[in-house]
Ligand binder design. Structure first.
Ligand code: INI
Length: 158
């Protein structure tokens, strides 16, 4: 039998940072509430969570990178909502946030979780921020917990 490594939902070790955009704050505040709820349910105390607010999703990667470089956090959870408008601004903001967040994860070597909604309209975003499609902020934080536990297990094999 091969050895299988998988993260689980047990209370994770270490600190968590959440970087949340203020743009589309009605949506992002709901994602943030979901993320905090998930961390609490997984046994992460408030004293182990730092929340950093940034103007928009475009600003998330540089702040996530600064937090990652500080080597204080087990994971960083990025929350934002990019909603399509009349111009192609959406594509630029969504693309920069997506590739920037992915890059920070690889540069810093910790889980940097992509909890940025990219939606055609407000209704679709509402569905994903506590509506009928669940709360993607909650899911992002649950993913962070699983990944921290997985990284811990992989660390033990070194
Ligand atoms: N920022 C978002 O987080 N979501 C959006 O939908 C959005 N739109 O559509 O413009 C948005 N723009 C602001 C952007 O993130 C930066 O804050 C701004 O461009 C300054 O750098």
């Amino acid at each position: 039998m091969p050895q299988i490594f998988e993260g689980d939902n047990s209370p994770p070790a270490g600190r968590f940072a959440i970087v949340a955009a203020r743009f589309n704050s009605l949506i992002v505040d709901a994602l943030l509430a979901g993320a905090l709820d998930a961390l609490k349910r997984h046994g992460v105390g408030d004293d182990c969570i730092d929340v950093v607010r940034v103007p928009g999703s475009f600003e998330i990667p540089v702040v996530a990178q600064k937090l990652g470089e500080a080597e204080k956090y087990a994971a960083i959870i990025c929350l934002g909502a990019v909603i399509k408008g009349d111009t192609d601004h959406y594509d630029h903001v969504a693309g920069a946030a997506t590739s920037g967040i992915a890059q920070v994860a690889l540069t810093c070597g910790i889980p940097v979780i992509f909890g940025v909604l990219t939606c055609e309209n407000l209704e679709l975003a509402q569905n994903r921020a506590g509506g009928k499609a669940g709360n993607k902020g909650y899911e992002a934080a649950a993913t962070a917990v699983e990944m921290v536990n997985l990284m811990g297990k992989l660390e033990q094999t070194r």
